[in-house]
Design a protein around this ligand. Structure first.
Ligand code: URA
Length: 212
């Protein structure tokens, strides 16, 4: 797995505002949007392109266009939805699929409760959005699901990660034998006994959308 932590003063500044308990939902949503666009710049570094020829007002020029099939962006519901517009702003022609995952409170295993994805993902670059990499269960479950559909190149974008989550995720994806990249804005200290990232930012879904 290729693992990148974005070391940039603007990212650190926006993350600081995001963590602040006094930041209300409308500002929180805007900050997530801006942060994801910054992360997406790094996460799309290896997006596949093909050469094309164009005409400028002055001369012929060589350029590139995104390769077909177009990349697929997959927000994990619910909190991943808050990251979608920041990603599609940078890649407006990408297609968007949805995966809803929840943890079974008895087995602690993630299961998929909703899914809207192309049936065959072979040859598709996939970009999974999930703000908090805590235990790694949902993100690993989602990547496993995409790999079962034939995806062999998956990049995951998270705002915050716990060290435990990164290691669990790494162990799973290394077994899958597909190209995997993880891009995060920061790795925090640890998980607490309730599964929250410390110091973290609290429940990302609640802070984005209110407690529903
Ligand atoms: N999910 C969240 O929203 N926050 C955490 O700290 C951990 C998981």
């Amino acid at each position: 797995m290729d693992f990148k932590v974005l070391d940039h003063p603007l990212v650190a500044h926006k993350l600081t505002c995001l963590r602040d308990i006094n930041t209300k939902s409308p500002t929180f949503r805007d900050l997530v949007d801006e942060l994801v666009t910054l992360l997406a710049y790094e996460a799309t570094r290896n997006v596949r392109v093909r050469p094309i020829a164009i005409q400028t007002p002055v001369a012929e020029a060589a350029g590139v266009a995104l390769l077909d099939p177009k990349p697929l962006v997959v927000p994990i519901l619910r909190a991943g939805l808050g990251m979608l517009s920041g990603m599609t702003r940078l890649m407006p022609t990408a297609e968007v699929g949805f995966v809803g995952m929840v943890r079974d409170e008895e087995t602690l295993e993630p299961f998929t409760y909703a899914e809207r994805l192309p049936h065959d993902l072979s040859g598709r670059q996939c970009f999974v959005l999930d703000p908090m990499l805590a235990t790694g269960g949902s993100l690993s479950g989602c990547v496993e699901f995409l790999a079962e559909r034939g995806a062999n190149d998956v990049t995951c974008i998270c705002l915050l990660a716990a060290p435990e989550g990164v290691e669990n995720f790494r162990a799973l994806v290394d077994d899958l034998n597909i190209t995997t990249t993880l891009v995060v804005a920061a790795v925090d200290e640890r998980l607490n006994e309730h599964g929250y990232i410390v110091p973290g930012l609290g429940d990302a879904g609640d802070r984005l959308y209110g407690i529903v």
